[in-house]
Design a protein around this ligand. Structure first.
Ligand code: SAM
Ligand code: SF4
Length: 474
């Protein structure tokens, strides 16, 4: 295997005051139609950032005349876009890579590629080099724009290749996209993360925080509007620190959100918000514009001040609850959801009770809940703990019961109301039942014609269930 560059987590941790270089994606004219009569299959793990990256990779492949398949046996190229956030996610990828070995034996021309956050870790790359020699291309999060170069090299030279950069990352504009949805789109507004929560691998795998210039974002959203998109979701690991890295002008996330709302796209969502940076201006913008959706995902992680401090979250339980109060006062119809980790090193039953108390007081209408997973290279990986896997599992169970009550209560409040639904398409189980999302991000099922897909319609809510709403087209 050609090893051009290998990952280095220590290097990835460094934050230097180097200006972010913005470049335009350039097509290599020597690489032309290499996908003619060839099929690709991409498996995407992890968060929306990975889903957005997959859309770029697909865009590159489609530009080379590759077509997509979901049948492994007929794929000429299989790419796994990986997530490193928890050990479980990584194990799944290794299991998948192991399974691919037999497919490659049957079809030796099959090219297997691994991308995303896992290749940014030394341990992953060492393991691939040692045990998964059938992998042909390994690249990371900072060089997606080079993917076609790597693919062409492997196809022509019949050699495998690995290239992972641990530098802080630049921004490439005008990348091709093959978007998954026809009326909903992800829009990256920034990359990387500088928060360094002590449990989290993201600042190492995705590099320093760097914001896209507003001109590029506005241009992208205008194009989406022209193409008939109804909804955009602005993406960043902490969207509230958007613009803090601009040295030449003052432009914060609240300014960007207001400018985008003025463009008139029917729905704008954003994720993820760090509570410590959630400004009053931002709350005002969400309250002011009808096309900024009344739905905020506000990860809290824990309700214990001791644990929050050890996590380096930079707020207390009281500060979080004050923010939540302020949001409910100014945007009374808002739905709040969160992320919570249980079993963080040294978490006691009292600490956990603080978390349950915070969940009750915050009236969350949903939460992603996780058992802490030790990530090599992060500060928390060195913390001692007496939280056993059994204790963590039992806490997760108790937390989920409470969270589920929040889901049900959050849905119940819409019973008897008429809500606006962006129609997704037919439900998975019944052809004549349509499914879609309300402004508050609730899933609604109702009878209707498939032609309504992509439209925003009024639906009367007849019955609320724990995970969804049953409605009737108005
Ligand atoms: N940047 C976002 C934030 O701060 O909320 C999302 C980051 S991450 C992709 C999504 C969630 O994964 C985090 O909010 C956290 O709850 C969880 N997570 C991150 N690292 C973890 C770890 N080592 N163990 C368990 N859960 C983790
Ligand atoms: Fe990870 Fe914290 Fe950054 Fe979110 S804000 S990506 S949890 S370091």
């Amino acid at each position: 295997m050609i090893k051009n560059n290998l990952p280095d987590l220590k290097k990835a941790r460094k934050r230097n005051k180097i200006e972010t270089i913005i470049s335009e994606y350039t097509k290599n004219n020597k690489i032309k139609d290499i996908g003619l009569n060839k099929k690709f299959l991409i498996e995407t793990h992890g968060c929306q950032a990975n889903e957005a990256d997959t859309e770029v990779i697909k865009g590159m492949l489609v530009s080379q005349k590759f077509t997509e398949t979901n049948i492994l046996e007929e794929a000429d190229l299989v790419l796994i876009n990986t997530c490193a956030i928890r050990e479980g996610a990584e194990n799944k990828v290794f299991g998948e890579l192991g399974r691919l070995k037999s497919f490659k034996r049957l079809n030796p021309n099959m090219i297997i590629a691994v991308s995303g956050c896992m290749p940014q870790e030394e341990a992953t790359v060492e393991r691939i080099l040692k045990h998964y020699k059938h992998v042909d291309i390994v690249f990371g999060t900072h060089n997606i724009d080079q993917f076609l170069e790597y693919l062409n090299y492997v196809m022509v030279e019949k050699k495998s290749l690995i290239e992972v950069f641990s530098e802080q990352g630049n921004i490439t504009e005008h990348l091709p996209h093959s978007r998954q949805h026809k009326f909903k789109a992800w829009v990256n507004i920034m990359f990387g993360c500088d928060e360094f929560c002590t449990y989290c691998i993201v600042p190492y795998t995705r590099g320093k925080e760097r914001s896209r210039r507003k001109e590029y974002i506005i241009e992208e959203v205008k194009e989406l509007i022209e193409q008939g998109y109804q909804e955009i979701t602005l993406l960043g690991q902490n969207v509230n620190s958007y613009g803090l890295d601009f040295e030449d002008y003052n432009y914060a996330f609240a300014d960007l959100l207001a400018d985008l709302a003025e463009l008139g796209i029917p729905r704008i969502r954003f994720t993820t918000s760090h509570p410590k940076d959630f400004s009053d201006e931002l709350i005002d913008v969400i309250a002011q514009y009808d096309n900024v959706m009344p739905y905020i995902h506000l990860p809290v992680q824990s309700g214990s001040d001791k644990v929050l401090k050890k996590m380096n979250r930079k707020y207390t339980k009281e500060q979080y609850l004050t923010l939540v109060d302020k949001i409910y006062q100014k945007i009374p119809h808002v739905s709040l959801t969160t992320d919570i980790i249980v079993g963080f090193p040294t978490e006691t039953e009292e600490d956990f009770q603080e978390t349950l108390d915070l969940v009750r007081k915050s009236k969350f209408e949903g939460a992603y809940t996780f058992i802490y997973s030790r990530r090599k290279g992060t500060p928390a990986a060195t913390y001692e703990t007496d939280v056993t896997p059994e204790i963590a599992k039992e806490r997760l169970h108790r937390l989920n019961e409470l969270v589920n009550e929040g889901y049900a209560t959050g849905n119940k409040r819409f019973e008897g109301q008429t809500v606006k639904v962006l129609v997704e398409g037919p439900s998975k189980t019944k052809e004549d039942i349509l499914t879609g999302q309300t402004e508050n991000n609730k899933l609604v099922n109702f009878k209707g014609n498939i032609d309504l897909a992509g439209q925003i319609v009024d639906v009367y809510i007849k019955k609320a269930k724990t995970w969804s709403l049953d409605g009737e087209l108005k």
